[in-house]
Write a protein that binds this ligand. Structure first.
Ligand code: HEM
Length: 404
């Protein structure tokens, strides 16, 4: 990907400058979260010359200010460098209020907690099927055999799309969230649209119950959704739901290796799984969000100019020591937690109830069958940065005699 390094503009004071590439944080392949946490030593709103030059918010309060004020911080461009972000136009993520509202209503209806609860049996069947296929082997390639297929199989089922095409969506989604360089963001977005365009068209006006049909026949506050709007919305749901849960599950199993006492607690007491998920969301969040500054303004002591870009690494909110005590400690017994794992404001994740349910079922079904497991000796996890960072493949092992 293009790594444009630019000169510091005059309005950026030298004390705000950090040498930090959000697509390749220093030390990130070793420990992606530690690499980001180094920015807590920087000002609350810092500036980096990488990726065309942009701001990075390192503390919760200014992050919330950005999320909540779309009159100064627009979602029009959601990636850095800005020129790359211009080609990502899915909906409603790139629309500011009020334009985004009818889209959000459609998605909030589709992912409301009571609707999502209705997907539980399907999720449980997918998770159980995947684990049952390898549990007697005594080992698995965690990402390939479990974490990656799980959420995408679910979305393909909910959208009534052919399972054979799972690798296509996975590939396109990764090109956007990690910019691997095999396709440009524009090519990946186009690939979604070329594939889904005829399917959305075919389901418009039909009586289907699947998620694409529901979006393609949605009411947009008194008028039908257009083909273009439905296509951008369906693509956004796939884009947002494919990678995030897979990464959350992978980071969770890496954490279980790091904290064996937590693994033992969950195996003995599955009632603690919700606390585990919430602490994971606080301690090891995934997503980095971006906004375009559309008004000259000040934030956290910095002077920001219209047209500049600002990045919010959500992980820096969960580990902000002004919001959480002992923030780097993994503690399922916390009385309270502050985090921005699902963002905030007009675009807060609509898939959060589904994500939480998927994770809940993953841990319940895994611990029910395989209570004891460890990473294979010598297997090192290599991380990759991105909008959603990636913990690389590893092999998990267990005694096949203990599985049930
Ligand atoms: C642990 C898993 C997940 C995390 C950490 C996560 C995180 C986020 C974040 C931070 C945003 C805000 C983006 C912004 O402000 O620009 C977002 C938006 C969104 N997420 Fe999630 N997400 C997860 C799972 C899901 C799932 C499973 C789905 C659906 C299948 C989903 C669908 C969406 C959609 C459609 C949006 C755009 C909402 C809008 O623009 O109004 N997410 N997600």
């Amino acid at each position: 990907m293009a790594l444009g390094i630019v000169e510091r503009p005059a309005h950026v004071t030298p004390d705000k400058v950090v040498d930090f590439d959000v697509w390749a944080p220093p030390g990130g392949t070793e420990d992606i979260h530690a690499a980001w946490e180094a920015l807590h030593a920087a000002p609350p709103v810092a500036w980096t010359p990488h990726n065309g030059g942009h701001w990075i918010v390192t503390r919760t309060d200014p992050m919330l200010e950005v999320y909540e004020d779309y009159t100064r911080f627009s979602s029009r461009v959601l990636l850095v460098p800005k020129e790359v972000g211009e080609s990502f136009d899915m909906a409603p993520t790139t629309y500011d209020p009020p334009q985004n509202r009818p889209f959000r209503k459609v998605m909030q209806d589709a992912f409301a907690p009571k609707v999502v609860k209705g997907y539980e049996a399907k999720i449980r069947a997918i998770v159980s099927g995947l684990i049952d296929a390898f549990k007697h082997d005594g080992h698995c390639q965690f990402r390939e055999q479990f974490a990656e297929p799980m959420p995408i199989i679910l979305l393909m089922e909910l959208m009534d799309l052919p399972m054979a095409d799972v690798p296509l969506f996975k590939h396109w989604a990764e090109q956007i969230t990690r910019q691997l360089g095999e396709m440009t963001v524009q090519e990946a977005v186009d690939a979604f649209y070329i594939y889904l365009g005829p399917i959305v068209a075919e389901r418009m006006g039909g009586g289907g119950e699947d998620l694409i049909s529901r979006i393609a026949n949605a009411d947009m506050g008194g008028r039908p959704i257009t083909h273009d709007e439905a296509l951008k919305t369906v693509s956004q749901v796939l884009q947002a739901g494919v990678d995030t849960v897979a990464q959350a599950a992978t980071f969770a199993f890496v954490a279980l290796e790091k904290y064996p006492e937590v693994r033992r607690t969950l195996a003995a007491n599955p009632g603690r799984i919700p606390d585990f998920i919430e602490e994971m969301l606080r301690r090891y969040p995934l997503v980095m969000n971006v906004r375009e500054i559309i008004q000259d303004t000040e934030l956290g002591g910095a002077v920001l100019k219209a047209g500049e870009m600002i990045v919010m690494p959500n992980c820096l909110a969960g580990t902000d020591d002004t919001k959480n005590e002992r923030p780097l400690e993994f503690d399922m017994d916390r009385k309270s937690r502050a985090h921005l794992s699902f963002g905030a404001g007009a675009h807060r994740c609509v898939g959060a109830p589904l994500a939480r349910l998927e994770l809940q079922v993953i841990f319940e079904e895994w611990f029910r069958r395989i209570p004891e497991f460890k990473r294979a000796a010598g297997e090192k996890v290599v991380y990759q940065a991105g909008v959603t960072p990636h913990a690389g493949e590893f092999r998990l092992e267990w005694d096949p005699a203990i599985v049930s």
